[in-house]
Design a protein around this ligand. Structure first.
Ligand code: MN
Length: 424
């Protein structure tokens, strides 16, 4: 092989193999088994991809495992896949992250030839003269790593394609523990060609010069990990990275659908709208099993029939769960949220007038703001001060638009129910 011949490597992270799935209810056609196996199937798909793409290297940037192995089956599964890579002549380089830090995963199996796990005590370099590549990496020794590991990575090797393998939170991304924190500038300063990162579960190319890439997790595991998940296939030509593309490897997918009802809609309309939404969500999975969280909110014309009637409500939920059966789709209705209330139109409220109708109208306005917290935050702060409570103590975060909207929906439902009571 000469330097000018193009070759590829695959970059994955956050496999979380054998991560337990919570709340996996078994009913009807729910594809329970597919979800149980999904983290393993996703890694198998990555190995298939490495072989199909004739990749030279597979880079794994931490959190291969979710936690210590419950038994040796987890390790044996992983090792079996590494043997497939060895047999195909594909070398594997890996670091440990917070979930599979040295002191977190204590069970151990010797890894096959051609697999290199970077040490945890300090960053080190492996030279691959045949590819003119230098790979630098360091594993997490413990779950919590607060040092900037990148800062102490070795200098780039001149005349080589330099790859840095690191589990890190770049730029203190919210929603992820701030482990091995560093900035994009810290990474650029090393003069490497490609930073193969792990930790953030959303795929993102942070920079193309040099390449700084989060491949995201290889398999979504909850409603917080939506859409296609996979890894990056990276092409090198003439000693430079030419391009990197995301390839989906997930074996099952997660989605959220929200149905907003309007005045006059009843449970019949609700079921029709749900069938449409579920059909659309299923069409986007390329035939994969789907876990779907469905949320229905707004006024329901026949709400009075459901109010206080658990049996009637259960039937509606079961009717919603029956929709995938009719569609012949592999869908697990992970959760159904019914935030419905009595149908009182704003128009009718306006006619009735009074302070409650003014309030409902104001809530309606707030709910449609991009950041409802901007208006709501100061109001809540003031209210909190009067009552002597902190917003944080109530679990309220004005920055969280979803949570703020949720709060407004609840308050509106409460006011609407009051109005309905008055009107009857
Ligand atoms: Mn992770």
């Amino acid at each position: 092989m000469t330097e000018t011949e193009p070759w590829t490597f695959v970059h994955a992270a956050d496999l979380h193999i054998d991560s337990p799935l919570k709340g996996l209810a078994r009913y009807g056609s729910a594809p329970v088994e597919a979800f149980r196996r999904a983290t393993r199937d996703a890694f198998e798909a990555i190995v298939d991809l490495c072989i199909a793409e004739d990749a030279r290297l597979l880079l794994l940037a931490g959190d291969v495992f979710d936690a210590d192995w419950r038994d040796y089956n987890t390790g044996l599964f992983f090792r079996g896949q590494l043997v497939r890579l060895r047999d195909a002549g594909i070398r594997v380089f890996m670091v440990r992250g917070n979930h599979d830090a040295r002191n977190e995963v204590t069970r151990h199996l010797d890894l096959p030839e051609g697999v290199h796990e970077f040490a945890a005590d300090k960053a080190s370099t492996v030279m691959l003269p045949e590819l003119e590549v230098a790979i630098h990496g360091q594993s997490f020794a413990t779950r919590i790593v607060t040092d900037n590991l990148a800062a102490a990575y070795p200098d780039a090797e001149p005349g080589h394609l330099n790859i840095g393998l690191l589990h890190t939170n770049v730029g203190a991304r919210p929603g992820h523990d701030d482990y091995a924190p560093c900035s994009i500038d810290d990474l650029i300063a090393k003069g490497y060609d490609y930073w193969a990162l792990g930790h953030v579960h959303e795929a993102e190319v942070l920079s193309r010069s040099p390449w700084i890439v989060y491949p995201g997790c290889s398999q979504g595991r909850s409603v917080r990990e939506l859409g296609a998940k996979g890894c990056f296939v990276v092409t090198v030509e003439g000693g430079r990275v030419q391009h990197a593309r995301h390839v989906a490897t997930d074996a099952a997918r997660w989605a959220r659908e929200r149905i907003e009802l309007s005045a006059g809609d009843d449970s019949g309309t609700l079921l029709e709208r749900a069938a449409e939404a579920i059909g659309n969500a299923a069409a986007e999975t390329d035939g994969r099993p789907l876990a779907l969280r469905l949320r229905v909110e707004g006024p329901l014309a026949d709400y009075a029939e459901f109010e206080g009637d658990g049996e009637r409500r259960d039937r509606l939920v079961a009717d919603l769960r029956a929709i995938p059966q009719d569609l012949g789709e592999d869908i697990w209705m992970e959760k159904i949220e019914l935030a419905v209330g009595p149908d009182i139109s704003l128009e009718r409220l306006r006619q009735q007038g009074g302070v409650v109708s003014d309030l409902v109208e104001r809530l309606e306005e707030l709910m449609h703001l991009e950041r409802p917290g901007e208006a709501l935050g100061p109001m809540l702060d003031e209210l909190g001060k009067k009552q002597g409570v902190e917003l944080a103590a109530l679990g309220l975060d004005a920055e969280d638009a979803h949570a703020m909207r949720e709060l407004l929906v609840q308050v509106r439902a409460l006011l609407m129910a009051r109005m309905a009571g008055e009107a009857r």
